[in-house]
Design a binder for this molecule. Structure first.
Ligand code: SAH
Ligand code: SF4
Ligand code: F3S
Length: 439
């Protein structure tokens, strides 16, 4: 048998890209490729890219420049660009960086084997279509290898919301939900291979409305069906939009045993004026009431969010409104960014905020969020939590896992806890993680 070819894949951006990279490895497995973690050993190098902010997109070009040495050492090496930069910039990538042999968008990566073959035949290969066929159905030849205890599963993709700052509706296309039975089959298959925790993914995951028994299912219905799978112990989902947080989903947070007490619910700004300019179609007050209702259903839920500072026309008062909202919510963790102009989006054309003002606001906002993050973590001390152990720690005899609330937890424990959810008493809160003892 011929020696397998080797694929090195580097992933940027969100969890959906992580999921997509796994699918691309499997697709290439069908034509004799195995994954390698050494770029110098690879027959194909693939960058799975992100276009969300300018820095993310620019990283791709500097990384491509660094790949020249591998191509010089091995002229047969094929270089591909996948993901959201591929979708947004298409052929421009090959023009700017002639090293690139393959460009493949997020909706056509099931065609990667054909594109690779075309590149092997000496042609440039580009596919950034939004094809009719279901890419997930075309990727069924999964190798049945065992996997780590936690996995992502894409259930919904794309977005119809068109927030004024965001490229996702352009790079990922219109919102599409996968049928419920296919998701359940994939989930059962993951559990057979050792997975104990599944994180359902979608750019707007709580807008999920896939075909199921008796009509379309919402996300809550899907979660309840997953809850019945023996061997699956934890369910999470990300990322949600406030406007799609329906009653059934809020109730599930209180009632569904396997649904974890953690919710990523980005608000972006606490100023109604800015929210409107962002096209977020809800007010700060509506968001706060929503958080209240979610906490009524599940009092210990940990709320996480995303913020953009320095959106066009943002005043000091708008920014202070965001700080007030953060104080009112008390976030367990959050991601925050300076607004970055994205070509083709409505906000790119508007009056921009000075870079120094953005930096100053980001610093103040992050100081407040880190205080809250530390407070939420410290509040776990003395509590008993579930921990899903994933790997060994840095110290002798130490194992590391994630708590129900998604905190990293270090515990002295035998190796065989790996892949299990165990009860742990939290005894200490460090800089970025907790430590505890097995109960
Ligand atoms: N679908 C998710 C988020 C997708 S992008 C949602 O609706 O919330 C992830 C985060 O990147 C966003 O929540 C936002 O905070 C940030 N982001 C998106 N576009 C941005 C831009 N142009 N500049 C800065 N941050 C941006
Ligand atoms: Fe982007 Fe999220 Fe807004 Fe959709 S809802 S446009 S993905 S920020
Ligand atoms: Fe980035 Fe595309 Fe995800 S732009 S955040 S990789 S959807």
């Amino acid at each position: 048998m011929a020696e397998p070819k080797k694929l090195y894949i580097k992933t940027y951006g969100c969890q959906m890209n992580v999921y997509d990279s796994e699918r691309m490895v499997e697709a290439m497995g069908g034509v004799g490729y195995v994954e390698t973690d050494r770029p110098d050993d690879a027959d194909m190098i693939l960058l799975n890219t992100c276009h969300i902010r300018e820095k993310a997109a620019e990283k791709v070009y500097s990384e491509l420049g660094r790949l020249r040495e591998f191509k010089d050492a091995k002229p047969d090496l094929k270089i591909g660009v996948a993901g959201c930069v591929a979708q947004a910039e298409g052929e421009e990538i090959m023009r700017r960086q002639p090293l690139v042999d393959v460009v493949v968008g997020p909706q056509s990566y099931h065609r990667l084997p054909q594109l690779e073959a075309k590149a092997r035949a000496g042609e440039k290969a580009l596919d950034t279509d939004f094809p009719e066929e279901d890419k997930f159905e075309n990727l069924k030849q999964r190798p049945k290898a065992m996997r780590g205890p936690s996995a992502f599963l894409t259930v919904q993709e794309g977005c119809d919301k068109f927030c004024a700052f965001c490229v996702v509706p352009y790079t990922r296309g219109a919102e599409v939900s996968r049928p419920a039975d296919r998701i359940l089959t994939e989930a059962r298959d993951l559990v057979e291979r050792g997975v104990r925790e599944i994180t359902l993914l979608g750019q707007n995951v709580n807008a999920y409305h896939g075909a199921g028994d008796g009509g379309d299912w919402g996300l809550a219905r899907l979660i309840w069906a997953l809850n019945d799978i023996d061997g699956l112990e934890r369910i999470r989902f990300t990322t949600s939009h406030p406007n799609d947080m329906d009653d059934a989903l809020i109730a599930a947070h209180g009632e569904c045993a396997k649904l974890m007490p953690y919710l990523h619910l980005p608000v972006q700004s606490g100023s109604d004026r800015i929210l409107k300019r962002m096209n977020r179609s809800h007010t700060a007050e509506q968001y706060l009431r929503l958080i209240e209702r979610i906490r009524e259903a599940r009092p210990d839920i940990l709320i996480s969010g995303d913020f953009i500072v320095g959106f066009p026309e943002e005043t000091e008062q708008d920014f202070e409104d965001t700080m007030d909202l953060i104080r009112a919510v008390r976030y367990g963790t959050a991601y925050s960014f300076k607004y970055s102009t994205r070509p083709g989006t409505p906000a790119a054309e508007r009056d921009q905020v000075d870079e120094d003002v953005k930096s100053d606001r980001l610093q103040r906002l992050q100081a407040l969020l880190s205080e809250q993050q530390k407070a939420a973590q410290d509040a776990m001390v003395g509590q008993e939590v579930g921990v899903l152990f994933e790997k060994t720690g840095r110290h002798e005899g130490q194992m590391v896992g994630k708590s129900d609330h998604l905190h990293a937890v270090h515990v002295q424990a035998p190796l065989d806890v790996k892949g299990q959810v165990r009860r742990v008493q939290i005894v200490e809160s460090g800089t970025n993680s907790l430590s505890g003892t097995l109960i």
